[in-house]
Structure formats: C-alpha cells, structure tokens
Ligand binder design. Sequence first.
Ligand code: NAD
Ligand code: NA
Length: 396
Amino acid sequence: MIIEPRMRGFICLTAHPDGCAQSVKNQISYVKSKGTIEGAKKVLVIGASTGFGLASRITAAFGSNAATIGVFFEKEPAEGKTATPGWYNSAAFEQEAQKAGLYAKSINGDAFSNEVKQKTIDLIKADLGQVDMVIYSLASPVRMHPVTGVLHRSVLKPIGSTFTNKTVDFHTGNVSQVSIEPANQEDIDNTVVVMGGEDWSMWMEALKNAGVLAQGATTIAYSYIGPEVTEAVYRKGTIGRAKDHLEATAFEITDSLNSLGGKAYVSVNKALVTQASSAIPVIPLYISLLYKIMKAEGVHEGCIEQIQRLFADRLYTNAAVPTDDKGRIRIDDWEMRDDIQAKVKALWATATTENLPEIGDLAGYKQDFLNLFGFGFEGVDYTAEANEMTQIPSIV
Ligand code: NAD
Ligand code: NA
C-alpha cells in the first residue's frame, strides 16, 4: 500500500509506518548523541506511544539502558486502514530496543481501567519484579471512571466569561477572531476528572499496594503553564483546573510514598505541536510565533530535546532536583524567557493572514503536524509501498 496523508479537520486519518519508524530512530540517535544518563533502570511509561511519553520511554531506554514497559491506547492496522501513529511508533521502538538488547514490552488498552492496571502489575511481577520510575503522560479527551462507570468528557473552555482572541487555521494559514463561551461547573468537573491527578494517584496506589514499586521509586507527570495570551483558554480555563489538580496530586503521592522514600514530580514542559494542542483554539497561532522566535534564538526544542534535558539536567544530576516556588520542575524555562515572550507578544499584536507566513513559523507547524503521523521525514520514500506491519510481538 502507498500511504498518503488524509487530513480531516484537526486530525490526519492515515499514518505512515516507515515514517513513524524514522521518527523513532531520529529520537533514539538524538538521545544517544547526548551520552549516558545515570537514571532509573526499570521504567513504566503510561502514555508511552506518542509525544512526551514516547520521548520519555526513548530517553530512559537509550539514555540509561532501562528496561521499559509502555502502556498506551492505539489502534492496530485493519483492512484498508493504517494503524494509529502511536502503534507504529511502538512497533518501531520495540524493534530498536530488541536490537539493542533492551527489555521492552507493552500493554495496549485503557489505562484508566482496573484491568489494565492489574495487567501491568502482573507483567512487572513476572518480568521485572519492581519498577523504580513511573512516567505518567496520558492525554485523553475522555475517561471512563473505574468506580462509577461514568464516561467523562473534557472540554477546552474559558471560565467565567467569553474569551475572544486571534487564532489560526494552520492548514489554510487563515488568521481570524474566535470566541469561546465559558464552561459551566459540570464542564470544569469533567475536565478535572479526565485530565487531573486522580488516575495518576490510582496508578501509584495500585502499584504500591501490589509491592511493585522499588525503594526510592519516583514518578513524574507533565503539565503546562504558557503565556498571558493563552491563559484564558489554557491555564485559567478548564484544562488549567485539571493541571492545578494534577500538580496538587503530586504532593499527595509523595506523602503516600513516604514509607518507600519515594517522590512524585510534575514537570512543566514547553508548548509543542501534538494532536491535542492542535485542537485548542489560539494555541496554534501562539506556537507558530513561538517557534519562529525560539528557532531564531537557537533554543527551539521538540519532545525528545525537552525530555532528554529534563532527565540529564534536572532529574539525574546527583544534586537536588531544582523546582519552582510551587514545587514544579521547569523545563519550559526557554519558552518562558522574558525576551522570548516579549517578542512573541509584539508579533501577536500584528499577526494577520497576510504576514503570518513571514512573522510566524507556519511552515514549521505544518511540518511538525505531518511528522506526528509519520509524514514528511527525510530518508523515507513515500512513493514506495509502505512496510506492512500487522503486529507488535511484544504487546502483552
Ligand atoms: P499525546 O497525545 O502525544 O500522548 C498521549 C498518550 O496517552 C499516547 O501514548 C496515548 O496512546 C495515551 N493514551 C490516551 N488515552 C489513553 C487511555 N485511555 N489509555 C491508555 N493510554 C492512553 O500527548 P502529549 O502532548 O505528549 O501529552 C502528554 C502530557 O504532556 C499531557 O499531560 C499534556 O497535558 C502534557 N503537556 C503537553 C504539552 C504540549 O504542548 N503538547 C505541553 C506541556 C505538557
Ligand atoms: Na505522551
């Protein structure tokens, strides 16, 4: 099959197996080029197949020679349909891990469920005994609550009043005004249930009670803050409430890991093009201006550069882990630099459909978006038959 991108709104319906494999290989090469990190050796990654979670799995495996178990929710290929990118990424990751003699197994299913938690515990017991690091990197629009059976949906809305600002349709480059109606209390509650810290804490409780957390085990989840222009729809909106909850949960988990001498961290990461962030109004325009400035200043990073730096310069330095006044690790430090934010803010005020291709990095945005689905990689022949992959041998 020759596979081409098929765009439908904010998503791409197809994914390219060879392009996804190239993406994984590029990330592995990057991590190897930066040298060894004295990090955890047995690592569980929840949300391991794309974005920051995949970058975390790659950094642990190829930076610290860690055995990894990955949990994700991806679709395998079917008749006339490609798999989702995370499925191809994971297939490629496991192939590379195997070549390097690294243990890697995966569980494909709903991480919010009791069943997947139990399956993961059984796998750890059987193969690794215990894990010393748990990375929590889920991003999902829905969560079926394992106790009540209720299906909760998260929303991306401001709180209190209608928010109006500029946005861009990154496919067409059209800059326009968008107005988003405020959330009601139910929207806020649902978003906190889906993207807040409850499931993270359920995972850590289950792992601890099963005895599969090693002495001194650590866990980390990812958050975002961002600039003033996106505040109403992000940090002070429904998703921000969920992030507040996630950040507060870190302290509760640290308390509950006290007997093991363990610790929970939250890392605030940089804004990046992912399927999730592309669907949030206003954010794509911010990202395209931010990329332009950060590239010009030589401080642009993707997921793998962010996570490699998080591990090498924050988590595993032999010194205390540096945190801000709210106990969070900051790897969004370059994004949030005053000079960078001042430049983005000035560009924001002037951005129009006409000048965006020049003042913003719309081309970079589009390239990153295509890359998410395995398209647009150098070294891949997209006119050739794609590799027909039908199974991941190490999915349990
Ligand atoms: P992503 O969409 O690339 O990755 C999400 C992962 O979660 C995938 O592995 C997916 O398979 C998995 N997943 C989703 N639902 C699942 C389920 N029910 N069961 C099992 N697995 C499931 O997202 P991302 O952008 O890497 O986000 C990861 C974290 O980083 C999120 O907490 C996000 O808020 C945070 N973050 C993102 C950005 C950004 O700009 N993208 C910035 C800072 C922080
Ligand atoms: Na992820």
